[in-house]
Design a protein around this ligand. Structure first.
Ligand code: E4P
Length: 218
């Protein structure tokens, strides 16, 4: 399973990239708005740090604007994936950009039908938002199961990858991996939690205090 970081924060991106954990990055306008600095410089820097796919999102809501913005975003790097919303114009832009060799991530997916249609339009990734479904009392993970089943049924027709988005905690990651989703995109706080275990900390503390008793170096 690929791990993407769901952030535009350069410090977090460098931190986890240096550990070899990151296959890509996803951003959206809300994540960009949380960072200080010029968004254009931030987008350019992310595409330099990360070798894998970097999703950068359009803000136009109509077809020609999405195409224009998509092409501009793609100039930040050959690893840029253009993120478009799951709307009729978004799908039209997805088809067009894909036909020009520009990969597309269709975002704001909340139903299996939306995922199916985005795959038909040629999306490289579909981004189902599981946390936001959980927030309104629906089981977000069921959406991932349904999309996986549908894509598996038509393996020869679709190469589209399921990019599980709106992840809130480490259990979401385990469940997505069990289902076989291709990618999870994680807020830095969730990736931090995945690294930690209290028994690791206690074990390390004991090893170090026992070694100290030997009064020698290595
Ligand atoms: C990523 O592509 C999505 O934009 C992001 O995961 C949404 O997460 P949120 O529901 O926590 O805003």
């Amino acid at each position: 399973m690929k791990i993407f970081l769901d952030t535009a924060n350069l410090e977090s991106i460098r931190k986890f990239n240096d550990m070899g954990l990151l296959d890509g990055i996803t951003t959206n306008p809300s994540l960009m708005s949380k960072e200080d600095g010029n968004p254009k410089d931030i987008m350019a820097e992310i595409t330099k740090i990360i070798k894998g796919d970097v999703s950068l999102e359009v803000v136009s809501t109509e077809y020609s604007g999405m195409i224009e913005e998509g092409k501009r975003l793609r100039q930040y790097g050959k690893n840029v994936v253009v993120k478009v919303p799951m709307t009729p114009d978004g799908l039209k832009a997805c088809k067009h950009l894909t036909s020009e060799g520009i990969p597309v991530n269709v975002t704001l997916i909340f139903s299996p039908n939306q995922a199916l249609l985005a795959a038909k339009s040629g999306a490289k990734y579909v981004s189902p938002f599981i946390g936001r479904l959980d927030d309104i009392g629906k089981d977000g993970m069921n959406l991932i199961k349904d999309i996986k089943k549908i894509f598996d049924n038509y393996k020869d027709d679709f190469q589209t990858q399921i990019l599980v988005a709106s992840i809130r905690h480490p259990i979401h990651v385990i469940d997505a991996a069990k289902i076989g989703a291709h990618v999870v995109t994680l807020p830095p706080a969730v990736l931090d939690k995945m690294l930690q275990h209290p028994l690791t900390d206690i074990g390390l503390e004991n090893f170090l205090s026992d070694w100290k008793k030997l009064k020698t170096g290595i």
